[in-house]
Design a protein around this ligand. Structure first.
Ligand code: V0D
Length: 255
């Protein structure tokens, strides 16, 4: 059965129907969207065309996640390490939230999706923040899928900042050392209010976490795919969830 799923997961295999158990859908799916640049290179296209097509895959993943009843979808759109890329590419990437929302926001509102963002906003251009804030504001009362973009996000910095604010509370006499628990650290992370991911998907063939949600992924199922992100579609999300269900199937209610 595992072999069958593995073969389905490859891009050159014919599409097949995937059946899912509706009582075991992951509540929170997180995705590392890797392989945009390599997808473009392979076609002799500039990297930005890969990012452009990656944006279409974001839409497909969002629709599919919403359809099967995922409650939170977190997408790793830009890491704190991505600033090292050529300036032209970074400039292009920073325009994508604006572009994505100009095309998709009306439909997201209509679909009852709530847009959020998670990251260190300090270094981002004002037009990037403005686009995200408008999306968050327009969708804040929506009760459907939470679409959470990790933008200028880095997990070690997130944890360090959380510890720093706890130390501040201690220094101010609001907290004693004995009060520091796992929950305290969790509640000061950028993901505060969002449950830990049940499933992490990474596309693009690398088998790493790359400083993404290190604390939150402690118990998550990890699914890796060789598919380049611009090729990711509905069927790939369903296959990843099927793999998740294989691993977490509860035999006779045990565990
Ligand atoms: C490039 C593949 C959507 C990953 C997808 C600034 C890298 C396409 C957004 C987006 C990016 C972000 C916030 C928002 C709405 C959309 C996005 C970036 C890169 C980095 F509110 N795609 N996307 N943001 N890529």
């Amino acid at each position: 059965m595992i072999n069958l799923l593995r073969s389905l997961w490859k891009s050159d295999q014919p599409r097949k129907t995937v059946s899912l158990q509706h009582d075991n859908i992951p509540e929170h799916v997180a995705i590392i969207m890797d392989g945009n640049g390599r997808w473009a290179n392979r076609r002799g296209l500039p990297r930005i065309i890969g990012h452009q097509n990656g944006m279409k895959a974001v839409k497909r993943a969002t629709i599919a996640a919403d359809e099967i009843g995922v409650k939170y979808l977190t997408m790793y759109a830009f890491s704190t390490e991505n600033w090292k890329r050529p300036k032209d590419e970074v400039d292009f990437l920073m325009r994508l939230p604006q572009e994505f929302l100009a095309i998709e926001l009306d439909e997201l509102v209509e679909k009852n999706v709530q847009v959020r963002m998670m990251g260190h906003t300090d270094q981002l251009p004002s037009y990037t923040i403005a686009a995200m804030e408008e999306a968050a504001e327009r969708t804040k009362d929506n009760t459907g899928l939470v679409l959470n973009f990790a933008l200028n996000y880095g997990s070690r910095r997130e944890i360090a900042d959380s510890v720093k604010s706890l130390c501040n509370e201690i220094q101010a006499g609001q907290l004693s050392l004995d009060d520091i628990t796992e929950d305290h650290i969790t509640s000061h992370l950028l993901s505060a209010g969002i449950p830990d991911p049940d499933l992490l998907i990474r596309t693009g063939g690398e088998l790493r976490l790359s400083n993404f949600m290190l604390w939150q992924l402690a118990y998550s199922e990890l699914v890796f795919s060789d598919i380049y992100w611009p090729e990711f579609g509905r069927e790939h999300l369903l296959e990843a969830v099927a793999e998740f269900q294989q691993r977490t199937r509860r035999y006779g209610g045990l565990t």
